[in-house]
Design a protein around this ligand. Structure first.
Ligand code: CDP
Ligand code: MG
Length: 665
């Protein structure tokens, strides 16, 4: 082909650049460029409201740069609640500016820093900016901070509101922009001492909304059917489907591909593209590619596509009306992810995605009655339904002691705050006066959950930090280590069995990491996800790099699992004891079960520590490890009474007769 002929390639690049500039000028925000810059000049804090896709995230930082806000090496920071958005938006802006990603334009997300000395436009997750306060409490290197997607009200964004409002008082030169979709902007204005609201009028085409007559029994199946119906009966235009998470999205994509294969040439080409947080970035980029003529694209997304990402060409939206939400029980301290009906505000944002380029249609897979009566008006801010351990530790290390009077836009429930303080005290991060201890200061240095940092720090004492770092890294890649394709389930399960070692899932993960040569070939043969392994290795490298700073020597326990399991006792909140038919959490006597995928599913040891709970058909413990109850007294004498830990023998119950894993499904 002509790819290797230099002259045309060059002019092609020129052409691309030109057309990109045209696209920039065609965005709804462009006519307001001067007014916006004038308003920013005039006010220290400005709330910016604009329809999704109007150009807030990609254009405002560039306008500011063009207007001189990065003179003298000052940076413009823009926060995103989602990792995927931070990465993809930074890539887009780098492209528009014809620079290499990571040079002038970069992004920073947990465990991945794609910035350099030259970076002046920095996109980052809200959590990363929060961590920057630890090293630069007044954010002195920034001239502008944009808190983007403010309406998402993530925990980290809410905390940023309070911190940034505070530093803006003694840094009059700092500009603060709070950008949001068309939701709730009056509240932001009110919180920031009546900051003015700059509205970017959207171009919106009408969207027809259709409801189902009766509730759907299986919304996944209903989605698949709806997609195919639209594809066969409706005029051209791409489809966007909202599901709740990776597993559902993968299942939906598989079903769609399967049915299209069966229909073969009877239907036009349907491109099925997934998008969710853990999807590798090269796959993510695919959703933005223009649809070839004659074909139709269907993007199956989490609520990431609600406001953080804009996909051009969407005419049809399918909305089953659910999302996955964290919920937290402050009485028991149990956190779980559950699929719940989304809010009406969410549903309306979703519908709006259909009307960006032309008149569109939104198919709601629920009844009009459900919309009115079963959905909440707005989503409850995350701060009111999550464990606050992490954030409290961070605020304490920023010297903010009085958390009760912190400037929250919506304060967390009192019990949640108290429980977080109690847990940090139990972990030894706070003393009895609620002040940060030396241990707490070290824990705050690690960008992980307080219990995980405690585990890493405890590994020093038990001389197994080498192994514990690996386990921490493997745990952080989100249960996506083992590959289990539908057509090779038996092979995959056999491969998995080969990694089983006594003691529990954490040791299995360690074994996988140790055995893997990190080669694609090895991963392929052993049904291990190569990308997850690569990510685990990156995370491990990063964590190891931090060990120096918190003065933990990296040493190995030389294949002895006891020290590893002992340092795991840092998770003493997550202890369960075998009882009739299942397990009971030690403190709160909640009934929980070992996940069928666990290596200890059949063994059923008496005492367990679990990494997390997931609620599907029942409350399952994911990633469990066997411990001895006496260890709990050793690591948390202030938390457990020996009476609670009676019958501390580690002898196993006789193996249960009867049902096997397969029979239980
Ligand atoms: O932030 P807001 O929702 O207002 O819009 P944006 O993210 O700045 O997107 C503006 C436009 O840039 C979108 O309508 C897309 O046309 C384009 N865009 C893109 O093509 N690829 C991306 N990764 C991001 C944006
Ligand atoms: Mg945006």
């Amino acid at each position: 082909g002509g790819e290797d002929q230099e002259a045309p390639a060059l002019s092609q690049a020129e052409l691309k650049k030109q057309s990109m500039q045209e696209v920039r000028r065609s965005l709804p925000i462009f006519p307001y460029r001067e007014d916006l810059l004038a308003a920013i000049h005039e006010h220290q804090i400005l709330v910016i409201e604009g329809e999704t896709g109007s150009g807030k995230t990609t254009q405002i930082p560039q306008y500011l740069l063009e207007d001189g806000y990065t003179k003298g090496g000052m940076k413009i920071g823009c926060t995103q609640p989602r990792r995927v958005a931070a990465m993809s938006v930074a890539a887009r802006v780098a492209e528009e500016m014809s620079v290499k990603l990571g040079n002038e334009v970069g992004y920073s997300i947990r465990f991945e820093d794609c910035t350099s000395e030259r970076t002046v436009l920095k996109y980052m997750t809200d959590g990363m900016l929060l961590r920057e306060f630890l090293t630069e409490p007044d954010l002195a290197s920034y001239s502008v901070i944009i808190i983007d997607e403010a309406h998402e009200r993530t925990l980290h964004t809410d905390i940023l509101f309070g911190l940034i409002k505070d530093i803006a008082r003694f840094r009059p030169d700092l500009k603060v922009l709070v950008a949001s979709a068309t939701l709730d902007t009056e509240r932001f204005s009110c919180f920031f001492d009546d900051a003015p609201v700059f509205r970017i009028p959207g171009r919106r085409f009408p969207v027809d909304i259709f409801y189902t007559k009766a509730p759907e029994a299986d919304y996944l199946e209903a989605c698949v059917v709806s997609v195919l119906q639209i594809h066969v009966t409706q005029s051209p235009g791409d489809i966007l489907v909202f599901l709740t998470g990776q597993e559902e999205i993968e299942a939906c994509c598989e079903l769609l591909q399967e049915r299209c294969r069966r229909l073969g040439s009877k239907i036009a080409e349907l491109l099925v593209l997934p998008i969710y947080a853990n999807l590798p970035s090269d796959m993510q980029a695919k959703i933005f590619n223009p649809t070839p003529p004659g074909a139709r694209k269907v993007v199956v997304a989490t609520n990431i596509a609600e406001t953080s990402l804009t996909i051009d060409g969407i005419i049809y939206v399918i909305d089953p009306g659910f999302c996955k939400q964290k919920s937290y029980n402050a009485r028991t301290g149990m956190e779980s992810l559950i699929v719940t009906p989304c809010s009406r505000a969410s549903a309306n944002q979703r519908a709006g995605r259909a009307g960006r380029v032309a008149a569109g249609k939104c198919f709601r897979l629920y009844t009009a009655w459900a919309f009115k009566h079963e959905m909440e008006e707005t989503t409850v801010p995350e701060i009111q339904r999550t464990n606050l351990g992490n954030v409290v530790l961070l605020l304490k290390s920023l010297g903010i002691n009085d958390l009760i009077h912190f400037d929250f836009m919506d304060p967390p429930p009192h019990e949640t705050l108290v429980l977080a303080l109690e847990q940090l005290y139990a972990l030894g991060a706070l003393n009895h006066l609620g002040e940060l201890t030396k241990l707490g200061r070290r824990m705050a240095e690690l960008p992980v959950d307080p219990m995980l940092s405690k585990m890493i720090l405890a590994s020093e004492q038990y001389k197994c930090s080498e192994e514990v770092l690996t386990i921490a890294a493997m745990l952080s890649v989100n249960n996506s280590i083992f590959y289990r394709p539908k057509d090779k389930v038996v092979h995959a399960d056999n491969a998995r069995m080969n990694f089983v070692v006594p003691g529990g899932d954490h040791l299995v993960l360690l074994n996988v990491y140790t055995q893997s040569g990190h080669s694609t070939q090895w991963c392929y043969e052993n049904f291990i996800q190569f990308r997850s392994m690569r990510r685990a290795r990156d995370v491990r490298d990063q964590l190891e790099g931090l060990m120096d700073r918190i003065e933990v020597e990296v040493v190995s326990s030389q294949e002895d699992s006891v020290p590893i399991r002992r340092s795991r006792s840092g998770y003493f909140y997550h202890t369960a004891r075998l009882s009739k038919g299942g397990y009971k959490t030690v403190k709160h006597q909640q009934t929980v079960y070992v996940h069928p995928n666990s290596s200890l599913f059949e063994e059923q040891p008496r005492w367990l520590i679990y990494h997390e709970l997931v609620f599907t058909t029942k409350e399952f413990m994911r990633q469990v490890i066997e411990i001895e109850s006496s260890w709990l007294l050793e690591v948390a004498p202030h938390y457990y009474k020996s009476k609670e830990l009676e019958d501390s023998s580690s002898k196993k119950m006789p193996r249960k007769q009867g049902k096997t894993k397969e029979e239980l499904g």
